[in-house]
Design a protein. Structure first.
Length: 181
C-alpha cells in the first residue's frame, strides 16, 4: 500500500503516549512503509502509558537535521506532555507547518492537535481530538467534532485526526489510506 514511502513520527524527548506511537508505527511497517522517529533531541525518547513511564525508543534524526522533502507523510502521536512541549520548539512547529504547505498528509491523534494549532494549520479544517482540546481548536478556527476519526480534505493536504487510544484502529487505517494517495 505505501511501499517505498517514508513517514515521519515527530515526538518530544519525553511524554508521548506509547500506544499512540507504537500502533501507528506498526501499521506503517505492515503496510510497507518506513517510519522514522524524529525528535528535538538525539538519543532516545521516553514514552509514557498515561502518567506511568513507558519504554524508550531510538531517535532516527532531530527535527533540525531533516526536511519535509525527505518524507511522504507525518504522524503526530499524542500524550499530554508531548505536543505541549513540541509547540514550544520553533523548529518542530515549522516542520509541522511545512507538511501542510507541501500538501503532504498529516495524521494527529489525541492531544497532538495542540502542535497543529501552534503551526496555524487548523483554520477552516474539520478535526477531532481529545475532548479537552475542543475549545482551543475552535478558537484557532477549526470545526471540532466528536468522532472516532475525521479525514479532512478541505485544505492543501489530507488531515487525519482521532480522539484517543480507543480510536487507534480507525486512526491507523485512516493514516495508511491518506499516505497511500
Amino acid at each position: 500500500m505505501i511501499q517505498g514511502k517514508t513517514i515521519a513520527f515527530l515526538v518530544a524527548p519525553e511524554g508521548v503516549e506509547q500506544v499512540e506511537l507504537t500502533e501507528p508505527w506498526k501499521a506503517i511497517k505492515q503496510a510497507g512503509g518506513t517510519p522514522k522517529l524524529i525528535s528535538t533531541s538525539s538519543g532516545r525518547i521516553r514514552a509514557f502509558n498515561h502518567l506511568d513511564r513507558g519504554d524508550t525508543f531510538a531517535v532516527d534524526a532531530t527535527v533540525d537535521q531533516v526536511a519535509v522533502a525527505e518524507f511522504d507523510g507525518l504522524v503526530l502521536p499524542g500524550g499530554v506532555a508531548n505536543p505541549d512541549f513540541l509547540r514550544t520548539v520553533p523548529e518542530a512547529v515549522r516542520f509541522v507547518g511545512d507538511f501542510f504547505e507541501a500538501g503532504k498528509p498529516v495524521a494527529a491523534i489525541c492531544h497532538a492537535p495542540w502542535t497543529l494549532i501552534e503551526a496555524d494549520v487548523v483554520r477552516d479544517r474539520m478535526v477531532t481530538s481529545w475532548p479537552s482540546l475542543q475549545t482551543d481548536l475552535r478558537n484557532a478556527g477549526a470545526n471540532w467534532v466528536d468522532r472516532e476519526i475525521v479525514v479532512c480534505t478541505a485544505g492543501l493536504n489530507v488531515l487525519v485526526t482521532s480522539r484517543k487510544p480507543d480510536d487507534l484502529k480507525a486512526f491507523c487505517q485512516g493514516a495508511i489510506d491518506a499516505f497511500s494517495q
